[in-house]
Design a protein around this ligand. Structure first.
Ligand code: TXA
Ligand code: MG
Length: 329
């Protein structure tokens, strides 16, 4: 069921479902989320089974504001305070020490919990109405089946889960790739997943350098967004430089598999079975369309997707991370 998220009556219906322990899909500025009452282990279990996600992969709790964190986090370190003040509401998830009495199923039984206050007006309206109804936070992973490309429109969500799911339509997501994740539960902050907030922006707000997971000793936290193969379309994805792409295109005959090419460089294409789509020059524009483009290629039934390797510049970190994972699938 698709409802206009801008209408208060839609928010009311969504809150009612959530109070009944059911799932609801909500738009955020990054990607659409599949939401359940974070304080209800039964409701949270439904997320894992709907997605086909292993129950030890932790979910993010979405809250209406920074105060909402207190229900779930045992403490908020100064570095997390600074990041919240700088970027919430917005595309940033913080990993914090968890209150032992709440959110064990959300956290995949870990002693930490991921929290985020999203900036999308429909998500905020829903979270505020939930808080008033006694639901302190919504556990919500991206609203796709495990391992697949995240949804950035309401239609994508319906394609994943069918019409039985209540989907609040909030239009196409403005950012288009998932939030940056910073682990603030350790002695030093760690960037677990790059997003569209650049490392420089995050470090400026932290007042210190962000470590990478591989710089730390000890067991790394489980993050399904950090599994090597993730965000994978049906077609096989390969990353190539513009020169390699052109060379590969030049030797193609007229027959053979259907190939989609997503590249910034101007390329000569002669083979009729090749579908060419231009990648924007701007990283934010590319992030906004990336997952929709991958879904379109799948819908066209291509067997191969050749993507030009994104630039090395830091603003491309999030996009580069997602296409590398898609190519590892
Ligand atoms: O932008 C986003 O973050 C979207 C929207 C819906 O908010 N959500 C999202 O959720 O991407 P999901 O479940 O697809 O990815 C959540 C990521 C996973 O990589 C998960 O492992 C990590 O957050 N995560 C959650 N809690 C964690 C924890 N306690 N420790 C380490 N990683 C955690
Ligand atoms: Mg996901």
């Amino acid at each position: 069921m698709l409802l206009d998220g801008a209408l208060p009556v839609s928010i009311d219906q969504a809150v009612q479902r959530l109070r009944d322990g059911e799932l609801v899909a909500m738009p955020t500025e990054t990607v659409y989320g599949l939401a359940a009452d974070a304080t209800s282990p039964d409701a949270v279990t439904k997320i894992f089974s709907a997605k086909g996600r292993p129950s030890n992969h932790p979910l993010i709790v979405h809250v209406a504001d920074a105060q909402g964190v207190g229900t779930f986090a045992a403490s908020v370190p100064p570095v997390a305070e600074r990041l919240m003040r700088a970027f919430w509401p917005g595309p940033l998830t913080l990993i914090l020490p968890r209150r032992p009495e709440v959110g064990a199923s959300v956290a995949g039984e870990q002693d930490t919990i991921g929290v985020r206050c999203p900036a999308h007006p429909v998500a905020l309206a829903l979270l505020r109405a939930c808080a008033e109804a006694g639901i302190a936070g919504l556990a919500a992973p991206s609203a796709n089946r495990f391992g697949r490309v995240s949804p950035t429109t309401a239609a994508h969500v319906q394609a994943e889960f069918g019409d039985g799911l209540l989907v609040l339509d909030g239009g196409a997501c403005a950012i288009g790739i998932e939030s940056s994740i910073v682990d603030c539960s350790r002695a030093v902050p760690v960037l677990l997943r790059p997003g569209m907030l650049s490392r420089e922006q995050l470090e400026a707000a932290c007042g210190e350098r962000l470590r990478s997971p591989d710089e730390l000793a000890g067991p790394s936290p489980r993050a399904s967004g950090t599994l090597e193969s993730h965000y994978a379309p049906q077609a096989k994805v390969r990353l190539m430089s513009a020169r390699m792409l052109q060379a590969a295109l030049d030797v193609l005959g007229d027959a053979g598999p259907r190939i989609a090419v997503y590249a910034r460089a101007p390329l000569r294409v002669r083979a009729p079975q090749v579908l060419l789509r231009r990648m924007p020059d701007d990283a934010a524009d590319t992030a906004r369309q990336l997952f929709a483009v991958l879904r379109e290629f799948d819908a066209q039934g291509v067997q191969l997707i050749w993507v030009e390797t994104p630039p090395e510049a830091a603003e491309w970190d999030g996009v580069r991370d997602r296409v590398q994972r898609a190519a590892a699938g």
